[in-house]
Structures are given as structure tokens and as C-alpha cells.
Write a protein that binds this ligand. Structure first.
Ligand code: PLP
Length: 373
């Protein structure tokens, strides 16, 4: 956690009030909450009234997709959901939970969504009937959690809006790591999470166009303008705000982080690894590759023994034995997907960290290769 976030979270633990109460203690909690809302709003480029605090990215995604579908006030009824085939499991799960038909948008071998396919499919779908009171929802992530590949969201938004649809962008991996502006991206809904950029774990937000009706996932109090019920987790939200403030001032670190990543990338490539998403826009700290004959599990164990924490596929779903759906959607074969590794460098990563990874990884891979020879 960024020190500024930890300090704000710790200080807010001694606020006794409930942010919805009118007494002085409640007003103090409310002031902390609203300061954080402004800090998050500034980082996300969100409109006034467009930040709904949640427990994290997963809840924000469910709140956006299911809340939109469930709200009877929407002037247009949603009839279908299109999701990119490289989305996080939370997006597939939320889309399926609506009971609406769900179709996957294909990606190319870099993992970039096929814009022509999307254009044609939306045109075909909307030409198929009278859509004056119906609409579709499209979900495309900004940056992928395994490869770091960045999607052409403004182009996706143009296509979706020309077809009269709505766009949800999962920006959980991108926020705080690259400059990002909700309004300029053209999204209608956007999910973010604090812990991906140095904020506390267990807090996030759904960013919305203020006029978009969203039904709360759970009934209860009228918090967050009736869009998310439940007493606010003020300490976590306070830490989220300060992490957002720090990340905004820190975006100039992008070049430094990509240099750290590139130095590690050169080493793995020199030893024969194939890097995924190379040649297209990627997050500065993301490195995902496959090393022939070096299974993901063996790589993870060798690195862990050397004190390096990495992951294979999605960290949230590690332990799964099936190959990554992201790499599979990119056309990567099963063997290559089974020897893939995902290494992430962040705001606090240094050249020494990259060196520690390279030393541990190179030593283990050289050993494996010499045994196989
Ligand atoms: N979306 C993406 C792209 C993610 O990487 C993750 C978590 O890794 C999530 C959503 C879920 O976010 P959270 O862990 O805050 O629920």
C-alpha cells in the first residue's frame, strides 16, 4: 500500500461516526468520504455524481451490469450483452447472471478486440428489429490483467454508441498506471479497484454517467444515491482517495516502470521466451510470456523459493489447472499457455527487483534446459 493511503486509512479508523448520520461525528465521516470521492473522481476523470463506492472491482462490475439491467427506469430495455473474450471472470459472471443472451467478441493474436467484428455484429443485431425501445450492453476492458494489453476503447465506444448501445469498461488494471479519463474514453460505466495501484484491499468504485439509472445489487439504506446500499467503509475509502491522489501525481513514473519491465523482458527473451502482447500498447509494468518446457507451476515455485512473487494466468483464479482463457482466446496453444508466467511491476518496483526476478528465473530455466538436453 502507498504510505499516503496507509496513513489516511489508519487515521480514519478513529472516526466514530457513520457517514450517513447528521450529528457532528457523522459529518466528520461524511467530509472524509466526500474528500476521497473528489480524489477518486479526479484520477478517473469522472463526472460530478459519477462515483459509486463499492467493495472492489468485482462488485463494481456486477453493480454496473446487473444494476443497469435490473433498473426499470431505463428508458431502453437491454436485450443482449457482448463481452470481449479476454474479460475478467467477474464480467462473464455478471453478464450471465442477467439471464440475457451473451456473445463473446473475438480478439486477434495480440489480444486486441476485433473492431470489424464488433461493428458488423452490432449492425446486424440492430438491423434485425425495431430497437427504438431496446438496447445492448458491450463490455470491453481497458487493460488486460494477464498480458497488460490495452484495448482501443475510444474506437469501441464510437462503434457501440453508433449502434445505440451502452459500454462498460473494466479499468481495474489500468487505473493509476496509465493516464485515464472516463469522459474522454466514452464509457457509460467503468469499474475500478484501489488495491491495483497502491490503495487498500477491499474497496473500489463504479464510475457512471450521472443520468444512468442503476438499481442497487442489494436493498437496504439509500447510500450512494440509492445505487449501493450499506454503511460506508470510511477508512478504506479514505485510503483509496489518498492512493488516487498519489497515483495521479505519480503518473510520470510510467517511463521508469516500463524501463524496469523492459530490462526483465530482454532477459527472458534472450533465453527463448515468447512475450505476449509485444508490439501493441501494454501497461508499463506488465510482462506475460511463455517459456518452452518450463511449466507455470515450476516457474512459480522456483521464483517463490527465491522470494519473488509472480503468477500464472489470473492471480484471482490461480490454482485452476485449465490454461488461461485469455491466452487461449489469442490463439496460444495449450502447451505454451501451460508454460506462461505473468510478472507485474508497480509503482514501488525497482531495478533491483527486476534483477532479483531475472537472476532467479534465469538460473531455474537454465537448470531445466540443461536437464532436458
Ligand atoms: N477486473 C480485472 C481486470 C482484474 O484484474 C480484477 C482483479 O484482479 C478484477 C476485475 C476484480 O477486482 P477486485 O479484486 O477488486 O474484486
Amino acid at each position: 500500500m502507498r504510505p499516503e493511503a496507509l496513513e489516511a486509512l489508519t487515521a480514519a479508523l478513529s472516526i466514530t461516526g457513520n457517514a450517513s448520520s447528521v450529528h457532528a461525528e457523522g459529518r466528520a465521516a461524511r467530509a472524509t468520504l466526500e474528500t476521497a470521492r473528489e480524489e477518486v473522481r479526479a484520477l478517473a476523470g469522472a463526472p460530478v455524481g459519477g462515483v459509486v463506492f463499492t467493495s472492489g472491482g468485482t462488485e463494481a462490475i456486477h453493480a454496473g451490469i446487473r444494476g443497469l439491467v435490473n433498473d426499470g427506469e431505463n428508458s431502453k430495455k437491454l436485450t443482449k450483452i457482448f463481452v470481449s473474450s479476454v474479460e475478467h471472470a467477474a464480467v462473464f459472471s455478471a453478464a450471465e447472471a442477467t439471464g440475457l443472451p451473451v456473445e463473446k467478441i473475438p480478439v486477434d493474436h495480440h489480444g486486441v478486440v476485433d473492431l470489424d467484428w464488433l461493428n458488423k455484429s452490432l449492425a446486424d443485431y440492430t438491423a434485425g428489429g425495431d430497437l427504438s425501445d431496446e438496447t445492448v450492453l458491450v463490455a470491453v476492458m481497458l487493460a488486460n490483467n494477464e498480458t497488460g494489453v490495452i484495448q482501443p476503447i475510444t474506437e469501441v465506444a464510437d462503434i457501440v454508441h453508433s449502434a445505440g448501445g451502452l459500454l462498460l469498461v473494466d479499468a481495474v488494471q489500468a487505473i493509476g498506471k496509465i493516464p485515464l479519463n472516463f469522459s474522454m474514453l466514452g464509457a457509460d460505466l467503468m469499474a475500478i479497484s484501489a488495491h491495483k495501484f497502491g490503495g487498500p484491499i477491499g474497496v473500489g468504485a463504479l464510475i457512471t454517467q450521472p443520468n444512468l439509472p442503476i438499481a442497487p445489487l442489494m436493498g437496504g439504506g439509500g447510500q450512494e444515491q440509492n445505487r449501493r446500499a450499506g454503511t460506508h467503509n470510511v477508512p478504506a475509502i479514505a485510503g483509496f482517495g489518498k492512493a488516487a491522489l498519489a497515483a495521479r501525481n505519480d503518473l510520470r513514473q510510467i517511463d521508469r516502470i516500463s524501463k524496469v519491465r523492459n530490462s526483465a523482458e530482454r532477459v527472458v527473451k534472450n533465453l527463448g521466451a515468447t512475450v505476449f502482447g509485444e508490439g501493441v500498447d501494454r501497461l508499463p509494468g506488465a510482462l506475460c510470456f511463455s517459456a518452452p518446457g518450463f511449466s507455470s507451476e515450476t516457474q512459480l515455485m522456483s521464483l517463490d523459493l527465491a522470494g519473488v512473487a509472480a503468477s500464472a494466468g489470473s492471480a484471482c483464479s490461480s490454482g485452476k489447472s485449465s490454461p488461461s482463457h485469455v491466452l487461449t482466446a489469442m490463439g496460444v496453444d495449450r502447451d505454451a499457455a501451460r508454460s506462461s508466467l505473468r510478472v507485474s511491476f508497480g509503482w514501488s518496483s525497482t531495478d533491483d527487483d527486476a534483477q532479483a526476478f531475472c537472476d532467479a528465473w534465469s538460473e531455474a530455466y537454465t537448470r531445466i534446459k540443461s536437464r532436458a538436453a
